[in-house]
Design a protein around this ligand. Structure first.
Ligand code: HEM
Length: 168
């Protein structure tokens, strides 16, 4: 992302902050219109969920000029989404709902440049989340591989005990 795009995303998100709660409502309304099968994945209070979504986007937007400061948190978010039943293809629908919501909220300020800058931001977040999710799923798969005679270590790549040694 160019410094100009980062600036555009940060300045337009400042326009959304005062209407964050309404924007979150609009976002979920649109998301469930686009794909009603996503509704059952959300089991908690949607007001709280909307506030958490907005605060995560805010954290990411504020950190765009220092990506190293946000990437670990975004990776953690991606890994947690596996447990929520989220699949890679859902990210496209969420991206479409997010851009649509920004268009509604920003009106004329949603210029083609702003749209492009937000698309780049969402693509970045979604890619980091999906990569971390895929990585955690492949680690989980390795950890369920039956143990063989050749295994001479009991830890996976994260250093977690996968095959606890029997007490001798
Ligand atoms: C940039 C992309 C996304 C961001 C910033 C985001 C943000 C969040 C945050 C902050 C939470 C609160 C829980 C936590 O922190 O672990 C959450 C939960 C959740 N998100 Fe996302 N999310 C994104 C993408 C998606 C996608 C693509 C889906 C697919 C439908 C999704 C579905 C969910 C669900 C089902 C929950 C749990 C709801 C519940 O417990 O009721 N999210 N998300």
């Amino acid at each position: 992302m160019t410094p100009q795009q980062i600036q555009l995303v940060q300045s337009t998100f400042n326009l959304v902050r005062p209407i964050a709660s309404a924007a979150a409502d609009l976002f979920y309304q649109r998301l469930f219109e686009l794909d009603p099968s996503l509704r059952p994945l959300f089991t908690g209070d949607m007001k709280k969920q909307g506030a958490m979504l907005m605060s995560a986007i805010s954290m990411a937007v504020n950190g765009l000029d220092r990506p190293d400061s946000i990437i670990p948190a975004v990776q953690g978010l991606g890994r947690r989404h596996v447990a929520y039943g989220v699949q890679a293809e859902h990210y496209t629908t969420v991206g479409a709902a997010l851009l649509w919501t920004l268009e509604q909220g920003l009106g004329e300020a949603f210029t083609p440049e702003v749209k492009e800058a937000w698309t780049a931001t969402y693509t970045l977040l979604a890619t980091v989340m999906q990569d971390a999710a895929a990585e955690s799923m492949s680690l989980a798969q390795n950890s369920t591989r039956p143990q063989t005679q050749d295994d001479n270590q009991s830890q996976n790549r994260l250093g977690h005990e996968v095959f606890p040694r029997a007490h001798e």
